[in-house]
Design a protein around this ligand. Structure first.
Ligand SMILES: C[S@@+](CC[C@H](N)C(=O)[O-])C[C@H]1O[C@@H](n2cnc3c(N)ncnc32)[C@H](O)[C@@H]1O
Length: 195
């Protein structure tokens, strides 16, 4: 249990983690490769990237392969997912780490990361509004939050909260469709907020 009373979904613990890990590493690998290319194209040299709701860390694995200069951190509510992420990130242990934590109570110091990314996790957050000040707290000035999710993700809650709290609003939010590459035509959305 974490600060705002969130607890991991059963789909992301125990056997659920094993199933998700295999799907992410084998069936959906090209989805993460595609998202990592998108992030790698805009991440400055040598910066620290945090993946929120990293699950088994496959996006971070792809980023580690594509950009050896980056320092990578993953946070997830599920300790089982973090155990899987640590196994998957073991070859990159000198520059990647995974930590159990809640997006509303991140186990990171203020202004300690340059880019925050998140893939297909937002629609699982119990309290997206409470995530906004926490994302703003750990992001360095000039940093960016890049959120990928399905169209049903509560993007409006992030945008409205950021506007109401005057955080993550250095530039207007950029929101647009993306091809996820997930079979059966799942449409995706990419949202970028700037500190
Ligand atoms: C569908 S999985 C996505 C995992 C990974 N990002 C990916 O694309 O494969 C959603 C993940 O979000 C995590 N999650 C849900 N709520 C969270 C929260 N409040 N804080 C951190 N992680 C959370 C879950 O434990 C789960 O691992």
């Amino acid at each position: 249990m974490f600060g705002h009373g969130n607890s991991p979904d059963g789909a992301f613990t125990g056997h659920g983690t094993g199933f998700y890990d295999v799907m992410a590493r084998f069936v959906l690998r090209r989805v993460y490769r595609r998202l990592a290319r998108d992030i790698a194209a805009e991440a400055p040299q040598g910066v620290t990237i945090l993946d929120v709701g990293t699950g088994p860390g496959v996006l971070l694995v792809e980023l580690a392969r594509q950009r050896p200069d980056l320092k990578l951190k993953g946070v997830d509510l599920s300790a089982d997912m973090i155990a899987a992420a640590r196994r998957n990130l073991a070859p990159f242990a000198d520059r990647a780490e995974a930590i159990t934590g809640d997006v509303t109570d991140l186990p990171l110091p203020d202004a300690s990361v340059d880019v925050i990314v998140s893939s297909f996790s937002l629609h699982h957050w119990a309290d997206p509004e409470a995530a906004v000040p926490e994302l703003a707290r750990v992001l360095r000035p000039g940093g960016r939050v890049i959120v990928y999710d399905f169209t049903r993700g509560p993007f409006d809650k992030l945008i409205d909260t950021a506007r109401a709290q005057s955080v993550l609003h250095a530039q207007s939010p950029q929101r647009g469709p993306i091809r996820t590459g997930i079979p059966f035509g799942h449409q995706g959305v990419k949202l970028v907020l700037s500190a």
